[in-house]
Design a binder for this molecule. Sequence first.
Ligand SMILES: C[C@@]1(CC(=O)O)C2=NC(=C\c3[nH]c(c(CCC(=O)O)c3CC(=O)O)Cc3[nH]c(c(CC(=O)O)c3CCC(=O)O)/C=C3\N/C(=C\2)[C@@H](CCC(=O)O)[C@]3(C)CC(=O)O)/[C@H]1CCC(=O)O
Ligand SMILES: NC(=O)c1ccc[n+]([C@@H]2O[C@H](COP(=O)([O-])OP(=O)(O)OC[C@H]3O[C@@H](n4cnc5c(N)ncnc54)[C@H](O)[C@@H]3O)[C@@H](O)[C@H]2O)c1
Length: 233
Amino acid sequence: MSSPTPTPAGFNPLFPVFLKLEQFRVLLVGGGNVGLEKLTAILRSSPATAVTVVATWISPALRTLAAPYPRIRLHERPFQETDLENHDFVFAATDDPVLHRRIKAAATARGLLTNVADTPAECDFYLSSVVQKGDLKIAISTNGKSPTVAKRLRAMLEETLPDELDTVLQQMTVIRGQIRGDFAAKVKSLNAVTAELTGGPAYESPATRRWRRVATGSLLALGAVVAVAWRKR
Ligand SMILES: C[C@@]1(CC(=O)O)C2=NC(=C\c3[nH]c(c(CCC(=O)O)c3CC(=O)O)Cc3[nH]c(c(CC(=O)O)c3CCC(=O)O)/C=C3\N/C(=C\2)[C@@H](CCC(=O)O)[C@]3(C)CC(=O)O)/[C@H]1CCC(=O)O
Ligand SMILES: NC(=O)c1ccc[n+]([C@@H]2O[C@H](COP(=O)([O-])OP(=O)(O)OC[C@H]3O[C@@H](n4cnc5c(N)ncnc54)[C@H](O)[C@@H]3O)[C@@H](O)[C@H]2O)c1
């Protein structure tokens, strides 16, 4: 019998990948607020993805979002297990936890990967907060501990990472194609060209200073005040 792999507290074991989602078929069950959030996340990163939406009711907002995308199909009717056929991923985003457990079990039996909205224990994968600057994409996971912190970090990175980063990436692609020599020499040259980007070993951005200050006290103090105020309601 194999012993479980030890994972220290505060360790995030999720494996990050960047999927070519448009090469897969996605089923989204639920067409309300959460369904809209999931479809928004899918289309923001991978707008060419084929998504089948099945829901007893599909909101006008989701219809509006889907309208310009030819690879999204909408079916306004109850979910049935055969909907899983010919799909690779399924998002369960209804208001029915019993249905979610049914979807998860049937999807797993068929080898599909599942994301069950607001139910981490039933998810095979989580969505992340995503920073995009042209070709640069940064995905943030808090291991489900605080999506709100992930959202705040995204906003911070969107604000502090310079828009010129994409220009840097485009120029680096050209330089990469032009540098000659063996692999080690190329890596050395590319490291030399980009050394200035990190700002040097002693550099601390204003945003880093702000997060350090919050992490070392004021967040817990504020949280305690909010918790006390909440209990008094
Ligand atoms: C990143 C993002 C991607 C996206 O969804 O696109 C995302 N949640 C986002 C926002 C958000 N979600 C929630 C709030 C309300 C405040 C709060 O609870 O913090 C806010 C903030 C807001 O809306 O302002 C509610 C919530 N979410 C989950 C639970 C269940 C639980 O924790 O048990 C509950 C409680 C529901 C309840 O109370 O009933 C669970 C998950 N949410 C995840 C992803 C996965 C973990 C990601 C990670 O590791 O951090 C995971 C595990 C599964 C998944 O959904 O994939 C997106 C930010 C996009 C952006 O703006 O950048
Ligand atoms: N709205 C939010 O921002 C939010 C936040 C946290 C948690 N939640 C929870 O997430 C769940 C979903 O919330 P919502 O706001 O998207 O609900 P919603 O009522 O807007 O949408 C529910 C969707 O599920 C569909 N549905 C229900 N039964 C179905 C079936 N048998 N087959 C196919 N589709 C079916 C409905 O047609 C509808 O499209 C709820 O349990 C809610 O408590 C929602």
